[in-house]
Ligand binder design. Sequence first.
Ligand SMILES: C[S@@+](CC[C@H](N)C(=O)[O-])C[C@H]1O[C@@H](n2cnc3c(N)ncnc32)[C@H](O)[C@@H]1O
Length: 275
Amino acid sequence: MFFLAVSPAVGGMASTERYKKGRGVLLFDFAQSSEPVELQYAFTLLAEMKNNLDYYSDKLSAERLKLCYEIAPPRVKQYLKAEVEYVLKNVGSSDMVLELGCGYGRVLRKIVQKTKLAIGVDTSTDSLLLGKKMLRDSKNCVLLKMNAVQLGFLDQTFDRVICIQNGISAFHVNQKDLIRESIRVTKPGGKVLFSSYSAKFWEDRLEWFRLQSEAGLVGEIDYEKTGNGVIVCKDGFTATTVRPGQFRELTSKFDVYAKIVEVDESSLFCVITRY
Ligand SMILES: C[S@@+](CC[C@H](N)C(=O)[O-])C[C@H]1O[C@@H](n2cnc3c(N)ncnc32)[C@H](O)[C@@H]1O
């Protein structure tokens, strides 16, 4: 029998002891059998979080986030496809997978077709509600409102933790804390996959953001402040990048093996294996 603990108390670092003793803990119980996991579609709105009013919750959620991907030019669509394919290559049929910043489930709906159980967490209620609709036929998928740096899961729960499409920059959190938390919930021998952008993809990425700006999805691009992997908009939106050296530095203090892989000359993956 396997228990996955999810706590509504998202205010601090999770610890096994706290969840064993804590009150108000919601347990999903997955009987281990040869049958496919029959999991009720679960959607839990956890306590409101401080960062609820961030850009992605406020201005770039649900249908607006979906539109960003729909208006992507062909080269960007190729990048998005290659990124998901790389993730799928790294996921097995018996894996428990967690996606951080899953949005409306664009990537998760591919992962659920390949694996035993996929859980997506995001801080945007609107994106999660759209995801709930889009994934309504998936019985092995759970969406939860949760901050990626304060995950309400037990230590060593997942075989794979995924955070792609430059989530490590988009979350605007302390990147070392994000990496530490993702490693904490990964099983020994399991992998965490982060992705940012390859420097070779800069012009295509900028063109995509220009289209998003033209469509009113993000503010006007501030070309004076934009460059060197960073896109700045006049309405306060910023999108940075994590370079290979930064990934190396960010992972160097943990007991892990980190491999940096460029995919499709567009995304830069940091694949972390937990010892
Ligand atoms: C660039 S979007 C990517 C969405 C999705 N991964 C995809 O590729 O379609 C970033 C997502 O991260 C979510 N997000 C922002 N900060 C977060 C945090 N601290 N924890 C979890 N999700 C967060 C946003 O709401 C948004 O849905």
